[in-house]
Design a protein around this ligand. Structure first.
Ligand SMILES: NC(=O)c1ccc[n+]([C@@H]2O[C@H](COP(=O)([O-])OP(=O)(O)OC[C@H]3O[C@@H](n4cnc5c(N)ncnc54)[C@H](OP(=O)(O)O)[C@@H]3O)[C@@H](O)[C@H]2O)c1
Length: 240
């Protein structure tokens, strides 16, 4: 049987972690970016300190870089959304045709970056970005409303990039991952992928409305990370 084609939209740290792990699992991985040439021409680390994409790609032979639309078109079913939260709805809407009928697993946080949006927060750098939407709506629901023919699943977002794809790296894997979607079949698809990553405790939170809490958890995730000290990996476990 030929390998399954999967798309990862995004060249940031999270997108790289998923792409590398999926290739390891035997998928044909199609990564999406705004402009292939521009992405490959970068010589400086990105805002999070990730090495230029060309260097990363050289260490991951077989992974293919395309424009967002071509990456989405190449996927048999699963497309992972790792596009910066604030720009995700517009970027995904522009490739609606290539996403139609597919399962879109979204892990983005709707942070608004930039000095005007930052607000004081007890981080070592003194601020945190604003989150919008939040509480009464979520990014995942916005994406689903913008793309009614796509099956949006919210997942991954409560975990950092190193461990979302390798849960056993901490606590022997004894922690909880969440899924939410209005599409039962897509939620099962995402759960199967999580199982392949090594997750054994996947909690179904129900409809996509639960994405509100998953996205807002980003603040709690930051607080736990700061309490433990930067660089410490951790997970959350729902004890029941
Ligand atoms: N990294 C994690 O562990 C983690 C965990 C949970 C949630 N998240 C959230 O998941 C999202 C992705 O995170 P990430 O770390 O993987 O990557 P990221 O650095 O936040 O985002 C990178 C991607 O966003 C695209 N992008 C930026 N501005 C854009 C615009 N104006 N229009 C279209 N695309 C644009 C970039 O396109 P180019 O490729 O063209 O540069 C790139 O592919 C974020 O919302 C983040 O907060 C991340």
């Amino acid at each position: 049987m030929s390998a399954k084609n999967i798309a990862v939209l995004g060249t940031g740290g999270g997108g790289r972690a998923h792409a590398a792990r999926l290739a390891e699992l035997g998928y044909e991985v199609h990564v999406g970016t705004r402009d292939v040439e521009a992405t490959l021409a970068r010589t400086e680390p990105d805002m999070m300190g990730n090495a230029p994409y060309k260097e990363w790609l050289a260490d991951h032979p077989g992974i293919q870089l395309h424009a967002f639309a071509d990456a989405a078109a190449a996927a048999d079913d699963i497309v992972i959304n790792g596009i910066d939260g604030h720009n995700a709805v517009a970027a995904l809407t522009s490739i609606a045709d290539q996403l139609t009928g597919k399962t879109l697993i979204d892990y983005a946080v709707p942070y608004l970056y930039g000095a005007a949006m930052d607000h004081p927060w007890p981080t070592p750098w003194g601020t945190m970005p604003k989150m919008d939407p939040c509480d009464t709506d979520s990014l995942a629901e916005q994406i689903q409303r913008a793309l009614p023919d796509v099956k949006v699943v919210k997942s991954f977002v409560t975990q950092e990039q190193e461990t979302v794809v390798n849960p056993k790296a901490i606590g022997g894997g004894d922690h909880t991952m969440f899924v939410a979607s209005d599409h039962t079949d897509a939620k099962q698809t995402a759960t199967d992928l999580l199982t392949a990553y090594g997750w054994t405790d996947v909690l179904d939170l129900g409809g996509l409305v639960a994405a509100r809490g998953m996205e807002m958890y980003a603040h709690m995730h930051s607080a736990i990370g700061l309490a433990l000290g930067l660089g410490h990996h951790f997970g959350v476990k729902v004890v029941r």
